[in-house]
Design a protein around this ligand. Structure first.
Ligand code: HGY
Ligand code: MN
Ligand code: MN
Length: 414
């Protein structure tokens, strides 16, 4: 029996409806992991899946499973991405991959396949509120470090409570860990978030590698004081030190330490116009496709931060909040995706992902690969992130076609 094709109206309706959940005044979407808006989006997806007759479940890490879950006696193909977003995000990052994975499971689950197909929305991929990005996929791949499990959010709330509210349980977090013997592979469909596919007028990207990332949390402790009565010499101005640090981090790629480096988050205290800032907290995001370069660059960032802080009599503390290895995707999966596209005479292009994804965590325990669709203007993590409806539907169809080819016969990945 052939598979039902992707239901265009259903796919686009779900994306439109999900984009209303966590909508901010700017027209963007703000659904940080484990936030109330994130929980509302998860409830929406559960309703949609259960209305299609699919079972749903939440594991100990808060990952939301739609359809059959990996289980003993078989190897399951997992399709997934994430529902949580950054602050003021667009309507597609992550959610497009989850909605398309649900669509594929709905269309394939009734077929008599050699391997089951599961869909998963990984918890807290972005780390926008609880600063442990890739939380859910780190947990399923057994890479979560215990200290991270006890973090508090940027708003001071406890991860433990937020996770419980989402249906997870920190005390038995290991139960979220997947057994690699129960997995056939992992496939993730995602918007490219960059300019390549649009520039080359190619509708389908096949990802060959995903860059690695180190995220530092930096705290600068100076001395708050009156802005008017405190002489310039001898100030211990945490915000002035931070300003110099932002530029020193920005300089790392120009000095050939790494591909990109960004200070994206900065909080000053007391953040008052006529008080010298005594405390600044900021984040450093360093990325590279080479693991050694990545860690050398992170080390150089810390060295520069400490040197600037010392010269400005500010105390700096740098902690590594998260890191992800650069990974290569699985060649056999890439060939499967290319073959699925060729069957529909769809042109493809192979490219590297500058964004991190749950696929790079899952690559630690099972063959993993990604399919990209073009991003209008090459932008993402902004409200005007966009992809044409035709490209969205074609990408979902490619995911489903590749999934069907991989699960129709035993050992298809040989
Ligand atoms: O930051 C990233 O690379 C992704 O959006 N989590
Ligand atoms: Mn993102
Ligand atoms: Mn994403």
């Amino acid at each position: 029996m052939p598979a039902q094709p992707v239901n265009r109206d259903r796919l686009l309706r779900r994306l439109t409806e999900l984009a209303q959940i966590g909508r901010s005044e700017s027209g963007g979407v703000t659904r940080p992991g484990f936030s109330l808006a994130d929980l509302e989006a998860r409830r929406y997806v559960v309703r949609e899946a259960e209305n299609s007759g699919l079972p749903t479940a939440v594991d100990a890490a808060g990952n939301l499973w739609l359809g059959p879950r990996p289980h003993p006696g078989t190897t399951t193909l997992v399709l997934g991405s994430h529902l949580d977003t950054v602050v003021d995000a667009g309507p597609l990052d992550g959610v497009y991959g989850v909605v398309s994975a649900l669509e594929a499971v709905e269309n394939l689950t009734s077929l008599n396949l050699a391997h089951p197909v599961a869909a998963v929305a990984f918890a807290n991929e972005e780390g926008a509120l609880h600063p442990q990005p890739f939380w859910g996929s780190l947990a399923t791949s057994g890479q979560l470090s215990t200290p991270a499990a006890a973090t508090t959010a940027y708003d001071g709330t406890l991860l433990r409570d937020a996770l419980t509210r989402a249906g997870g349980n920190l005390d038995v977090i290991d139960q979220a860990r997947l057994d690699p013997h129960q997995l056939l592979a992992y496939l993730e469909l995602h918007v490219e978030q960059g300019p390549v596919l649009e520039r080359e007028c190619i509708p389908i990207g096949i990802v060959d590698a995903i860059v690695g990332r180190v995220q530092l949390e930096v705290e600068l402790m100076g001395a708050a004081a009156h802005a008017g009565t405190t002489p310039m010499p001898g100030r211990s101005d945490a915000l002035a030190a931070a300003a110099e640090i932002v530029l020193a981090v920005e300089d790392l790629p120009a000095a050939d330490w790494c591909q990109v480096a960004t200070v994206g988050r900065l909080e000053a205290a007391p953040n008052s116009p006529n008080t010298i800032a005594g405390l600044v907290r900021l984040t450093v995001d360093v990325r590279d496709a080479d693991e050694a370069r990545l860690h050398q660059a992170a080390g150089e960032a810390v060295r520069r931060i400490e040197s600037i802080a010392q010269r400005r009599t500010v105390k700096a503390s740098c902690t590594r909040a998260a890191s992800s290895k650069p990974v290569l995707t699985d060649p056999a999966l890439r060939r499967s995706i290319a073959a699925a596209a060729a069957r529909r005479a769809v042109p493809t292009l192979t490219l590297t992902s500058g964004a991190g994804h749950d696929a790079q965590m899952m690559a630690a325990i099972t063959p993993a690969a990604m399919i990209f669709v073009p991003s209008v203007g090459g932008v993402s993590h902004v409200p005007h992130e966009d992809t044409s409806p035709d490209d969205l539907v074609l990408g979902a169809q490619m995911l489903q076609d590749a999934a069907l080819a991989l699960t129709s016969h035993p050992g298809s990945l040989a």
